[in-house]
Design a protein around this ligand. Structure first.
Ligand SMILES: Cc1cc2nc3c(=O)[nH]c(=O)nc-3n(C[C@H](O)[C@H](O)[C@H](O)COP(=O)(O)OP(=O)(O)OC[C@H]3O[C@@H](n4cnc5c(N)ncnc54)[C@H](O)[C@@H]3O)c2cc1C
Length: 374
């Protein structure tokens, strides 16, 4: 019997991970990416324990450790730059690596892309999928060029603005969190190997994640009233203004912020698609299914876990439909917890009466939850 044919829509962290995991399972996988090449944001990413466990199970942890920056400690400073505390980050149980890893997003994407190729995934760049319709024991997809093709399974991993999801699962209206994040790639001294949280004013929260021996990315969460994005050319100046009262390392990093190409900006939004995450033979995964704020640095982990659970459930030897049902059951509640906890932390930061103890307690509880098996 021929291997089931799968189409994965979208070549971000989720799509490439799904493609790798399913291809290894012996399925025949095509990945459709609308861009002419993989094009992740140029900024950095913080990969906490659960993401490293995911990379490990996908077989790409070693290569990620070679190009990323291992982070063993997180230090918290006050606005003047005095270190208030420094905590060690133990590795996740069973993971042979640091507690956290900082990486540039393109480096992570390169590793996943190479692994997808090695696993035999047929990668179709420049292929936009405009619709996926369940069709009995398969699904029919339509490309932007109006070509229709039938697959045994389609996985929508086309990101939070997924149009294919909106058509099939109903339109998703993300909730605006009245908070936005600036992220700047900055040069840093080699001896900075710690991650930092810079405590600022009530409405400005910043931090630094090393991404390599001489690079890091600095983030700055700010309260905003609208989802409107400032012009790109103004981003460096705006970010520096938000950070103007910081001293110490935060001030050094602020002064090292470069041109508009090195800074990105995103208003924060959140949602979760209601279960079940499949319609017939079309499943949804990654940010297309759940969008969270970055407060737990868990978005990437959730994408990797979606891919691993989908492959695990489809590999149990019963029907694809049963596998999809179990995938949705296993992933929905866990993802909902992560979205709700992240939103709690984001909303709390915006409140003048934010209780730091409640914030820290919820953060610790969420970290414990994420450490559990998925
Ligand atoms: C500000 C911010 C900071 C974050 N920081 C962290 C962090 O530090 N650590 C962490 O773990 N997570 C973080 N995350 C979350 C993480 O980045 C995301 O969860 C993850 O990148 C989502 O990957 P994805 O593949 O699901 O979606 P995407 O990365 O959006 O990929 C979707 C892909 O689908 C393609 N596509 C779209 N439509 C179509 C179509 N119709 N046909 C074909 N292709 C299509 C796109 O071109 C794209 O390549 C952060 C998120 C935000 C917003």
């Amino acid at each position: 019997m021929n291997a089931p044919r799968v189409l994965v829509v979208g070549g971000g962290v989720t799509g490439t991970s799904v493609a790798i995991a399913l291809s290894r399972q012996g399925l025949s996988v095509r990945l459709a990416e609308r861009e002419p090449e993989f094009r992740p944001l140029g900024s950095g990413i913080t990969l906490a324990g659960p993401a490293l466990r995911g990379l490990d199970r996908l077989g790409v942890l070693e290569r990620s450790l070679e190009v990323g920056a291992a982070i063993e400690k997180i230090a918290t400073t006050d606005i003047a730059g005095n270190v208030l505390r420094s905590i060690s980050l133990p590795p996740m149980t069973g993971v042979n690596g640091p507690g956290m890893l900082g990486m540039m997003r393109p480096a992570l994407q390169d590793i996943l892309a190479a692994e997808a190729e090695a696993a035999g995934v047929d990668i179709a760049f420049g292929t936009e999928i405009v619709a996926a319709e369940p069709d009995g024991d398969g699904a029919i997809v339509t490309t932007g060029d109006d070509v229709r093709e039938r697959f045994d399974l389609v996985v929508l991993a086309d990101g939070w603005r997924s149009r294919t999801r909106d058509v099939l699962f109903g339109r998703v209206e993300p909730a605006f969190r009245r908070q936005a994040v600036f992220r700047a790639v900055v040069p840093k001294a080699r001896d900075i190997t710690t991650g930092f949280l810079f405590h600022g004013h009530e409405h400005v929260h910043s931090g630094l994640t090393p991404t390599g021996p001489e690079t890091a990315y600095m983030f700055c969460l700010v309260a905003v009233d609208t989802k409107e994005r400032p012009p790109r050319a103004r981003l460096p100046q705006l970010m520096r203004e938000h950070l103007r009262d910081f001293g110490g390392l935060a001030a050094q990093m602020r002064d090292a912020i470069g041109g508009p190409d090195t800074v990105d900006y995103r208003p924060l939004e959140s949602f979760i698609v209601r279960a079940p995450w499949c319609r017939g033979r079309v499943a949804v995964a990654g940010d297309a299914a759940h969008l969270t704020t970055p407060h737990l640095a868990a978005g990437g982990a959730m994408c990797l876990e979606d891919a691993l659970v989908l492959a695990e459930e489809l590999g149990r030897g019963d029907t694809i439909d049963e596998g999809l049902r179990r995938y949705s059951e296993r992933r929905f509640e866990r993802s909902r917890y992560v979205v709700e906890a992240s939103v709690f932390l984001s909303d709390g930061q915006m409140r003048p009466d934010n209780d730091p103890e409640a914030h820290n307690a919820r953060y610790a509880e969420a970290v414990g939850f994420l450490a559990q098996e998925y």
